[in-house]
Design a protein around this ligand. Structure first.
Ligand code: PEP
Length: 252
């Protein structure tokens, strides 16, 4: 049985006030969800403590990025072990904004995944093609390459600490979303790649991300290989985020 997850990536948004009000609301609603979904909030690192206080173990907490080193003279960086120590359960790795704005490569993703997994966190590894790559018919090949290299450091017994988020770059923050059929096709392709890597592919949760909103979540989440979502903008609006969490079918 795969974990069903809806994770809200706040990116560089939020405040102490939002941490208190939004997470307090999400916690109070999450207790009554009847679809076994694990709700995760991924705030800017400076608000992790505030979010954890409100989350009270009903809602899980993640970190948006970790450094590719264990510790040392890397001003401004936060390690996977620190995130674990602070109370996080998840770490995003390889978000397209990290790849595009900070030049993160698949090789760096692999190094970070190794550190995340060895620290005891679950890595949510983001993959996805650009519009040019999709239009050139390269979407599956690009995503397959990101999965193979980005997850090349995962050992056989570590796959239970891996979640993959398929986020087409052209759909992130744009209001455009993949059709349910396209999302399903890519998720099935990712599962095949994972199988080819010797991973227990049927047990690995695959999330869809890219302009998921309350009004398109149910269709995307009804697909057999879509196990939940990674939500950006809509995770900053408490009621909309909870409505997305409720859209996951029970027993899927
Ligand atoms: C994201 O940041 O991972 C994301 C999917 O953003 P949005 O939902 O705003 O497209």
């Amino acid at each position: 049985m795969r974990r069903k997850i809806v994770a809200g990536n706040w990116k560089m948004n939020g405040s102490k006030d939002l941490s208190e009000k939004l997470v307090g609301y999400v916690r109070s609603e999450a207790g009554s969800l009847d679809n076994d979904v694990e709700v995760v909030i991924i705030p800017p690192v400076i608000y992790i403590k505030d979010v954890l206080e409100q989350a009270r173990n009903v809602v899980s907490v993640g970190v948006q990025n970790v450094g590719q080193w264990q510790s040392g003279a890397y001003t401004g960086e936060v390690s996977a072990e620190m995130a674990k120590d602070a109370g996080c359960r998840y770490a995003l790795v390889g978000h397209s904004e990290r790849r595009q704005l900070f030049g993160e490569t698949d090789e760096q993703v692999a190094e970070k995944v190794a550190l995340v997994v060895s620290s005891g966190l679950t890595a949510i590894v983001c993959v996805g093609e650009t519009l040019e790559e999709r239009e050139a018919g390269q979407a599956e090949a690009v995503v397959a390459g990101q999965v193979r290299t980005g997850l090349s450091s995962v050992a056989l017994g570590e796959w239970h600490n891996i979640v993959v988020a398929y986020e087409p770059v052209w759909a992130i923050g744009t209001g455009k979303t993949a059709t349910s059929d396209d999302a399903q096709a890519m998720h099935a392709a990712i599962r095949d790649v994972l199988k080819g890597m010797g991973a227990p592919a049927e047990e690995i949760s695959l999330l869809y991300g890219g302009s998921v909103k309350a009004d398109n979540a149910a269709a995307l989440f009804s697909e057999p290989d879509v196990d939940g979502g990674l939500i950006g903008g809509a995770s900053l609006v408490a009621k909309e985020f909870m409505s997305i969490c409720r859209s996951l079918p029970a027993g899927a």
